[in-house]
Design a protein around this ligand. Structure first.
Ligand code: 5GP
Ligand code: ZN
Length: 119
């Protein structure tokens, strides 16, 4: 069934606690934890507890969960105090765009300047 946990998924294992992570926020539907390889002073991943492969699949299959992820991204930015200066929410989608974990995740990046166009 769509959204069901996948046995071989790293982020499903972070949801259950089987793989440890530095969790900064948790709700009934989301978990936010620090990226193991941070690319900015604040680099937090926000994931839905349900398993979908990317942002568009989550939006199509469980729009409320996608809204929850985006709301929590904003809450993380406020909690980390990067909201005033500005921060970036990134969903790498597909291997060519740098996606390496196939469970939807929003990167919340802040605490430094960001270029546009992105690299
Ligand atoms: P992607 O490349 O799919 O957009 O993002 C995956 C992110 O997950 C990467 O930024 C990577 O550093 C992070 N990551 C990979 N494995 C782990 C892990 O075991 N724990 C944590 N906290 N982050 C991870
Ligand atoms: Zn998963």
């Amino acid at each position: 069934m769509a959204g069901e946990p996948q046995a071989d998924c790293l982020f499903c294992k972070i949801v259950t606690g089987e793989v440890p992570a530095t969790i900064v926020r948790e709700t009934d539907t989301t978990v936010a934890f620090r990226d193991i390889n941070p690319q900015a002073p604040t680099h937090v991943l926000v994931i839905p507890k349900v398993h979908y492969r990317d942002a568009a699949d989550l939006a199509a299959g469980d729009p409320q969960a996608m809204a929850d992820v985006l709301r929590e991204a904003g809450e993380v930015a406020a909690q980390e105090k990067v909201d005033e200066h500005g921060y970036r929410i990134v969903f790498n989608t597909g291997a060519g765009a740098g996606q390496t974990v196939w469970h939807t995740h929003a990167h919340v990046l802040g605490g430094r300047g960001f270029n546009w166009p992105p690299g």
